[in-house]
Design a protein around this ligand. Structure first.
Ligand code: S6P
Ligand code: ZN
Length: 192
């Protein structure tokens, strides 16, 4: 019974390293060997240690997955690195309930939030500490680290959004973020 009680939330963000502390926290780690298919240069991927951590996600799911009207919070950390000339990045997804939106905000590092609409138009928003990103419904999204430090990004999304990874796994985004002459450039890459 919490009536008239002053209580603490079960989860905190540790402001020194932005990790989530509390219970329950879901922790996911994506290593290169699991996700090497997302990168263009498979030979370059094969030359890096298979257990290289590409990104981690800590999430607080205060209600069961699929609950209508709830929210989830997550902190994604994309490590610095490249496969050939392509920066380390997340798998990328759209939401299984495709009309569900999401907020991202930059916490540390420099990156690009790649966005793609249903017509397969792809663009990128610059991510930096304090940047705020509204990912509208029907927009696939992927985080890319273009800096030499960890890219840390906060996210908040509806608990019934779900993830659709299949389409991106099959067709990819219609562009890849490649380093050319030291700069990140979106280069067309349409498999559809
Ligand atoms: C969830 C939200 C993020 C991503 C995370 C990892 O809707 O967009 O928490 O799950 O950045 O990316 P991905 O594409 O592997 O789920
Ligand atoms: Zn999402």
């Amino acid at each position: 019974m919490t009536h008239l009680k002053l209580i603490k939330s079960p989860v905190e963000i540790k402001l020194t390293d932005f990790t989530l502390n509390g219970d329950p926290i879901l922790f996911q780690r994506r290593i290169l060997s699991e996700i090497s298919d997302i990168f263009l240069d498979h030979q370059a991927a094969g030359m890096l240690p298979a257990d290289t951590i590409v990104y981690t996600v800590q999430s607080w799911l205060p209600v069961p997955e699929g609950t209508t009207g709830g929210l989830f919070y997550g902190t994604s950390t994309v490590m610095p690195g490249k496969v050939g000339n392509e920066y380390f990045m997340t798998k990328g997804h759209s939401h299984a309930k495709s009309d569900r939106a999401e907020f991202y905000w930059g916490i540390q590092g420099q990156g690009i939030l790649m966005l793609m609409d249903r017509q397969r138009n792809t663009w990128g928003e610059e991510v930096f500490p304090g940047s705020l990103h509204y990912i509208g419904s029907n927009i696939a999204h992927r985080l890319v680290n273009i800096s030499d430090e960890n890219l840390i990004v906060g996210a908040c999304w509806p608990s019934d959004a779900g993830h659709n990874y299949e389409e991106i796994a099959k067709y990819g985004f219609s562009a890849r973020l490649i380093e050319i002459d030291g700069k990140p450039i979106l280069v067309p890459d349409n498999k559809k």
